[in-house]
Structures are given as C-alpha cells and as structure tokens.
Design a binder for this molecule. Sequence first.
Ligand code: ZN
Length: 461
Amino acid sequence: MTDFILRGGTLVFPDKPPEKKDVLVKGGKIDSLLAQGAAAPGVPEQSAAGLHVFPGLIDCHVHFGMGEKITEYSTETANAAQGGFTTVLGYFLNNEAYGDVFRRELEHAVARAHVDFGFHFSTANELHIKELGEYVKEYGVTSFKYFMNFKGEEGRYLGLDGTDDGYFYDLLKESARVGRPIVVCHTENIEIVNRERRKVQSAGGTTLKDWSASKPAITESEPALRAMYLAEELGARVYFPHISSRKALDVIRFWRQRFKDVIVETCPHYLTHTEDSELGGMGKANPPFRTKDDLEAIWEAIFDGTVDLVASDHNARKKVNKDKPLWLASQGFPATASMLPVMLSEGYHKRKLPLQRICQLLATVPAKVFDIAPLKGSLAPGADADFTLVDLDKERVLHAADFASYAEYNLHEGWNFKGWPVRSISRGVTVMDEHKVVGEGGHGKYLWRRIGQPPIPGKTR
Ligand SMILES: [Zn+2]
C-alpha cells in the first residue's frame, strides 16, 4: 500500500520548527503536504496522531560482515529499521580491485535488505587509485575511505596493505580529477600511537582509560590538520568520521575559516561514554572514549554546527570478540539501534537540542553529503516516502535482545531512554511497527549514487 495519507502527525523539518500537517503519499513518494484534516477522498489513512514525523533517517556509517558475512545484510538492515533508519551506507574493505566483490556483495544485499542502502569503498591498494573514477561511474559509489593509520602492518588485521602519505596525496589528487567524490579520512597518527601503546602496556594498563592514553587526542587532531592542508592543496573534499576530541574540533574550527570542504561526523557513544567507563573490552572503540571535557565539547560542536552529522560506526561482531581483556578485545560495537534514543533522550530532552537540528544531523546532511538527496533526507514533495515516526515521550529500557542485530549486546543495554522510533516507513511501505520488523528482506534497494545529483534507486549495473 504505497498510496495513503499520513494523518495527525507533527512534521520535523531541517530548516524550520515542526508543523502539524498531513502527508499525501502516492506511488511510494511524497505527493504533497496538506493542512491537517484536509479532504483526500478515496485515499486510505494511516494515523500518526501524537507522533513526530522525521524524514526517514540515514545511518551513513555502518560496517557489514564484520561478524558474519551475507547474513548481516538481513540482520543489520532489519536492526536499522527498528532503530528508525530507512537508509544505511556501509563500508566495504577490500585489498583488491572492487569489480567482483562489488557484484557479489550487491547481489547478497539486494536479496536481503530491509531498507535502502549504498556503499563506500575503502582504498588501500594502488589499483584503487587507478580505478577511482571507474568506481564513481560504473558502481554508483561517491565516497571512499582512507585509513591514515594503516601504515606498515597496521591494517593487516583487516587484510589491507600498508600505505603512506604519498599514497594519500595521490588519492586526494585523483579524487579531485574524477569529480570530487568524498574522501573519508580516518585520522590517526599511528607512529605516535605505537610508542604510547608500548608505554601504557609495559606499565600494565588494562582499562579504557589506558586504551585512551595509548591514543592521545592529538593523534586524532594532528592528522586532521594534515588532511585539510593536503585537501586544500589538491582540491579534494574530506570527511572526518567518528571525531571524538575537543582538540580535533578546535583544529577543524580554526581551519574552516580558510578551507570549507570538510565534513565532520561524530558517533553516539562519544556523547554518552567517557574513558572512565568500566566496560573494559566491551567499550573498546577506535577512537577511544575520551574525557568528560571531550564529551561536552562534542555536544557544544553539535549545537554550534562544527559537527555536521551523527552516524553509528555500527559493527555487529559477537560479544565473544568483545568480552575479553582490553588489549585482546576487538574494536567497535553495534550502535545503530541506540543512536536515535541517545539523540532524543540526551539531546532533545536533557540538553534542549532542537528537533530540527536532529533532523539535519541524522537525515538532511547525510543525504546531501553522500549524494542521496533530495530523494532521501527530506519531506518535500517528490522525495521518497521514507518516514521515521517518533514518540518523544515514550520511555523504554533498551535491551539488545529486542533487536534483530547479529550482535547480541549493546553499549546502552539497560539504559532507560525517553524518545523512541515507533514506526519506520520506506518508500511508503512500513518496515517497522512498534519496534517489530515488518515484512521480508529484499525490499531495500541499492542507491546508485552520482556526485552532486540525485541517486538512481534500484540500478545495479
Ligand atoms: Zn567505521
């Protein structure tokens, strides 16, 4: 049923306060926004009474297949729908040319996805620079990850070759030549980290504070500075994922006065957890949780616009990989499902973060940055009828067991959040209702992206 009128909801916009309006949906797209109660003869009704209606939210930083390949296209997109996300963008890691991997993974995903999806490719090999323009044109991928920390053997655990600043220089240069796709830079000065880690380990450190001490904030901020300087020189656009520290935010604020082509992401865990957490390996993330001052700095940056968007860095490895002594535990954890409750509970309710700002952070800006606007991230006529219906006053305790994720734990297990998504609608089709997944996998479409243009949903070749 993709023709209906959504009645009684309060619509959330990125550029103005919420308004009570009805939404007429035709053929899975938003046809028009109407005055509440406006006549719509013969059109079935769905009620959004008492709820806030966001454009379908976008989680633009997830990892598929870190726990179990293939299955996760089903479990993690179902989990996303439960968390109120109707679009996810996942990172591919691969050391070879992308052709075969792309075609194989796309086939698995198309058959299983509950929500629409796209991919970012990681770059680590000479071929990736050489074929960059082809990836943009032939695969619909307009964003590429580069790990500034994967020097020498550092990236070997993910099967990636080591690179250096010369590689980064050529990657940025080539990106400028092929139409300026986004270069997502993991900023980490691994040469400093390697020495600091040895010191912390030989002193017997085993806590999250020690993990943080092994990667001091300047190891995040200094490479950010270098990336912006190189990008300015070469005409590239850079994006900093998972920014965790005041130092990094300061350097970005300072540099933005002369260089605008920089996008800043943070993740929900940096808004709720500090290095004083006693979660041990379960709370091991890269970058690490930092100090209370850093946590406050990130909230400030969300309010003042230094942070452009929030994404989860979701990773569905099983608990067995996490529940270990700190240095042996794997990095990352599932985070898509708790992201909106964190923004509503900690942001909207506790800190008075406006809903329109949450709309920007989780929908409008990721859609623009990653070339899926205006189909996604908007309630304007012509956009896909993707909606996230939110009950702002609903209180509920988060239990990982309630979610479809392949990972059976959550950093926010047992947290009582106020503000929850209660329905997710993707192209007019309800894919989550009252926290339960509705419908089968295979509904989600691949978003074939084009730089600076609308995507082509469903195109796969
Ligand atoms: Zn990540």
